[in-house]
Design a protein around this ligand. Sequence first.
Ligand code: ASP
Length: 373
Amino acid sequence: MRGILRRTALLTAVVALTAGTATAAERDKSPVKRPKVAVIGTGGTIAGVSESRVDFQDYQSGKIPVSELVGDLEPEVNGIADVSTVQFGNRGSGSYSIADFRELTLAVDNALRTNDAAVVTTGTDTMEEFAYWLDLTVRSDKPVVLTGAMRPWTVLGTDGPANLYNAIQLAASRKTTCFGSVIMLNDEIQAAREVRKTDALRMDTFNSGASGSLGVVDQDRVRINRAPARVEKCGRSSWRTPFDVGRIAEKDLPKVEIAYSYQGAGGEAVKAFADAGADGVVTAGTGAGGVSSSMSAARTDATKQGVVFASTTRTGNGAVYDKESGGAVVGAADLSPQKARILLLLSLAKTDDVPTIRSWFTTLGTAEFTKRG
Ligand code: ASP
């Protein structure tokens, strides 16, 4: 049943939004204006340089300017889009702070004021966190596509150029309008909420688990066969989340940490986070959110200090469903620990009120299709 609902909603949104989309070859010949796509570079392996053409794994990331990456795609890229570039930064993904993320949101929204879509290049290590942050914070419903590479730009068989080209093609197709942020690597399109980096080295590292990918880019065919549930709200103000970072000052960004549970885990990490002034802590629990007795006791103490907890599973699949009786411990459903952290952080930037935070986790954090037929 859910499948039928999803397909129907997707079809309505996609058909309405992409009617008349031509193939890249047709666009090339057409006098019709090409979509304007801004490519915002932050660095990562895609902008990486190796000493030899076979240094697939030993290289310096974040070296080549994004304008040069796009320049290497010419002349072909000119057939699919009118591309401009913005160099936001040129670093490894792990070196960006949450304050930087806030600035990136503003840069993406700024680019979308004058462009039809945006592509953001990042390192793959924390690309899923970049993507979910942008998914929750960008105000524009225009396409935002993140891409990167598992091999630097300069080696034999690099995946960078094809990933960037396909990301621009996907953005230019505008088929993910109202989807929020998506990731495009290895020809596969993944939703920000569900996608994970699942392999440290392989090129097919990004995977959305049981939810599956959103679609594929097969040469000049952009094929979408699933949509994030928020497309139902397309065109409505409720499509936007409450997390308008333009109204959140950098100094008000809270501190939220992650504590991993395991056999006999101590309570020291949770206590240390609370003592260090953490506003929130996500537990990566065993099974459906379990934490050890010591960690549980430390959590209870920390909640008395006003720390809010989100409970997730370390298993990688399944959900920790919320219980109203959970007090300051909110179930984060099937959000991964790192994604639950982003949602808890944004929630705490807006309010300390646990029922409000709980309601955001059970709606925005767990978006489901509601329409029939
Ligand atoms: N260390 C890199 C980063 O995340 C890895 C990558 O780009 O794939 O920036």
